[in-house]
Design a protein around this ligand. Structure first.
Ligand code: GLA
Length: 779
């Protein structure tokens, strides 16, 4: 053990750090922020990092400056030892005395506090609440010191952002202490060179002699200057995920977005954005907050009576409490804070960059995603080996590359022929699959397709061999009836033996044949939250322990089977969040496959998440969820705006539908690099808009794909032109269907004129750059 000395902290940037400084730090190769990764980045890229420090400390004013690509974030240690936020926004170079004095006023209400507690007369929502052995609430932390690290340390046991090499990012760790309780608090801040993002998290360590109870511990808390603000957030439900809402933030009010049933949910996303009053899609300042976590969370936006806003986000204290024994630490999930001076579209750009470059990982991150056919809406539970192979044969003719066998393939004593039985028993049903998964995969491969499978490993049906053997393995409270949802209960993933059961059964399955894709589903929420594996005073840890267990399982499996393409699902988009992205590069966006409904769902989802993380399928009409019959063309255009798939029985298609499908899939394969690897631009959101539109520009800037939609025919109303984005003003582009090339400036200022005939109609335009300048220089 090495005790830190205060003098170690007060120093200018030192890159790299090779000595562990804080208590508990070891000289192990770093795996997590706990170890301060002092070895991993040693000796790397020193010159570059020193030349362009992203984080610096002004000793005189005790001010930290954190710089992103086009953003600065200033923190200050007041003479009283409080940590305050001086400024966050476009680069200003330096902060001056007026800002410093404003923030050293004695009343906490007037300060922009970085991690407020409850003790010293601040009426706003706290970031931290800890109950002490004496029964008091505490959380008044004073500055002790800091450390600057090159790169971005991983968080142990939690999904977290990463930097591919240490020169891409720097991390500031500010240490604070509450003397009365001997609690130590590390606030972690990472900035990346390529984006305008501050990634934050907190870690509390109990240096006292008695256990304390953590009642609330936010991942991020930041105060803003008094002004008028709006808030962007998402609401929704099953089949209508990610519905955008923009509301006013009112003085003297608190807006909460939260989930408390163990997953982030269809009804909300762990995201909110604070917008200055005049901020639009393309102009003005906006600050986005996104939590890298997939369980119960709370995001709070408060504006006090003096119009000072505070945003905080983290684990939801309604369903979380943690007993922290002496010497132990607790690390929060991390939150991503994004700044944009270019309105909401700027926010989208920053989020997509962060998710693409610092959260998604594995071989599939940048590989073309296969065109898949999922059997669910085509045949539901009604299939056998031969039928699946026949579907594969037909699918191949349409151009499909991956056949996904959805629910219903498992269970021997309790076969899964409907949703009443079988979950938990991950063994093939021999009546349906006599050659097993291995045999089926081989036969599907023979047809020239990859093979993939559906699983729902976090669940168990009471009608299963697993439940008969281990009734205490489910989340439950001993004195209450166990609420079933979709006839199933949730396994208690906080327990190591449950985690190991899942890892082993999934490994057995994946080892049994050439399975190249897994759809990992999760179809219910937590009720009667409680664990048979925990003592009474730790029952409130059940939900977070579940998440830590889930992340261990996902980390183990995705590392053990890196070549498998993992797609997440939770009855559609019920767990589509940054916390799931490190494991699942692709996610089923919604169970609702109706093209019209999908406009709002996909435009809301793509505001935050890159389209390459979204799955979108063409299904049969009338649509199975809402009975609507959208044209095949518009169903294709919606699904081609993300990772494309079919979800139908090809034997039920007419010859002309098959012909159209063949053509469109062949076309999608030619342009999918634009959608999957290019930049996404929302041209007109689907929220409250009859004519949504979006487009993609290819990574090399030479191609673009535009999708424009009409929800409903409006009698004698003109259709607005679609003004494009992300093109080169000077360059000339050939637009399919238009004879003469058009300039980038024309396309972005005058725009294209889509033609619509019916309800839920669509247009797609492909653009190719033909010259770099208006006078015809070749591209
Ligand atoms: C959930 C999923 C669907 C499908 C079914 C199978 O509802 O969201 O896509 O996989 O389960 O039971």
């Amino acid at each position: 053990m090495i005790n830190f000395r205060p003098s170690d902290f007060f120093r200018p940037i030192s890159v790299p750090n090779v000595r562990p400084l804080f208590q508990g730090a070891s000289a192990q190769p770093a795996q997590s922020i706990d170890t301060f990764q002092s070895v991993r980045f040693a000796g790397i890229d020193k010159a570059q990092a020193v030349e362009q420090p992203l984080i610096s400390f002004d000793k005189k004013d005790k001010t930290f400056k954190l710089a992103g690509k086009n953003m600065e974030y200033f923190l200050n240690v007041t003479p009283d030892g409080d940590l305050v936020n001086l400024y966050w926004g476009k680069p200003v170079g330096k902060v001056h005395a007026d800002l410093l004095t404003e923030n050293t006023r004695p009343t906490l209400e007037s300060q922009a506090r970085e991690y407020p507690g409850t003790v010293r007369g601040d009426n706003r929502t706290p970031a931290i609440k800890v109950s002490t052995p004496k029964g008091h609430l505490t959380g008044d932390f004073k500055y002790v010191g800091y450390r600057i690290l090159s790169g971005k340390p991983e968080l142990k046991g939690l999904p977290s952002t990463y930097a591919l090499n240490p020169s891409q990012a720097q991390t500031l760790v500010v240490k604070l202490r509450d003397d009365a309780t001997q609690l130590e608090l590390n606030l972690n801040y990472t900035v990346f060179k390529d984006s305008d993002v501050v990634v934050r998290s907190a870690k509390v360590t109990n240096r006292g002699n008695e256990p304390v109870s953590i009642d609330k511990l936010a991942s991020i808390s930041t105060d803003f200057q008094p002004d008028d603000y709006k808030l962007l957030k998402y609401t929704g439900g099953w089949g209508r995920e990610m519905q955008e809402q923009i509301v006013d933030l009112q003085p003297g009010s608190l807006l909460r977005v939260a989930s408390q049933t163990g997953r982030t949910g269809h009804e909300q996303n762990p995201f909110m954005a604070l917008m200055e009053k005049n901020t639009t899609d393309d102009t003005g300042n906006a600050y986005g907050f996104s939590l890298v976590y997939s369980g119960s969370f709370v995001a709070e936006a408060e504006q006090n009576a003096k119009r000072k806003p505070r945003i905080s986000m983290g684990l939801n204290p309604e369903v979380f409490r943690w007993k922290l024994a002496p010497g132990e630490s607790f690390q929060t999930p991390e939150a991503i804070g994004v700044f944009s001076s270019e309105g909401l579209n700027g926010l989208t750009k920053q989020l997509h960059t962060t998710f693409n470059n610092h959260l998604l990982r594995g071989p599939w991150k940048d590989k073309p995603r296969p065109v898949l056919l999922n059997t669910w809406e085509g045949v539901y539970f009604d299939f056998d080996h031969e039928k699946v192979v026949n579907i594969a044969k037909e699918a191949k003719k349409l151009g499909v590359e991956l056949l996904v066998l959805d629910d219903g393939w498992f269970g021997t004593r309790y076969p899964r022929n409907d949703d009443h039985a079988g979950l938990g028993d991950w063994v093939e049903n021999p009546a349906k699959l006599p050659k097993g998964l291995g045999g089926l995969a081989a036969d599907v491969n023979k047809e020239g397709l990859m093979f993939g499978i559906w699983v729902e490993p976090e669940m168990v049906n009471p009608k299963s061999e697993l439940y008969e053997k281990h009734p205490d393995w489910v989340i439950h409270q001993p004195d209450r009836e166990r609420t079933e949802m979709r006839n199933q209960l949730m396994l208690d993933l906080g327990r190591k033996e449950v985690q190991d059961y899942i890892i082993n059964s999934m490994s057995r399955m994946l080892d049994s044949g050439n399975i190249q894709y897994v759809k990992w589903d999760m179809n219910r929420v937590i009720t009667e939250s409680g664990s048979a594996g925990l003592p009474p005073d730790q029952q409130m840890e059940t939900q977070h322990r579940y998440m830590l267990g889930l992340y261990r399982v996902l980390d183990t499996l995705t590392k053990k089977y890196p070549d498998v393409l993992w797609e997440g699902c939770a009855s559609g988009g019920g767990r589509f969040d940054p916390g799931i992205l490190p494991y699942f590069p692709q996610n089923w966006t919604s169970d609702n496959t109706d093209a019209l409904s999908r406009l709002d769902i996909q435009s809301g989802t793509a505001r935050l998440f890159p389209p390459k993380t979204m799955g979108a399928h063409v299904s049969a009409v009338p649509n199975h969820q809402n009975g609507r019959s959208a044209s095949l063309k518009s169903r294709f255009h919606v699904a081609m705006s993300a990772n494309f798939g079919l979800e139908l029985d090809p034997s039920k298609m007419t010859e002309s539908e098959k012909e159209f499908t063949r053509e469109q899939i062949a076309y999608y394969k030619q342009v999918r690099h634009i959608v999957q690897d290019g930049d996404y631009h929302l041209l007109r959101t689907a929220a409250n808009n009859n004519h949504p539109a979006w487009m993609f520009t290819s990574a090399d800037g030479n191609e673009a794909l535009v999708f424009a939609f009409q929800k409903q025919v409006e009698i004698r109303m003109p259709v607005p032109r679609v003004k494009l984005k992300g093109l080169d003003e000077q360059a000339m582009y050939r637009v399919d269907g238009i004879k003469q090339p058009l300039s980038g400036s024309y396309l972005m200022n005058v725009g294209l004129s889509p033609k619509f005939k019916e309800d839920m109609d669509s247009n797609m335009f492909y653009l190719k750059k033909v010259s770099d300048s208006k006078d015809g220089q070749a591209a």
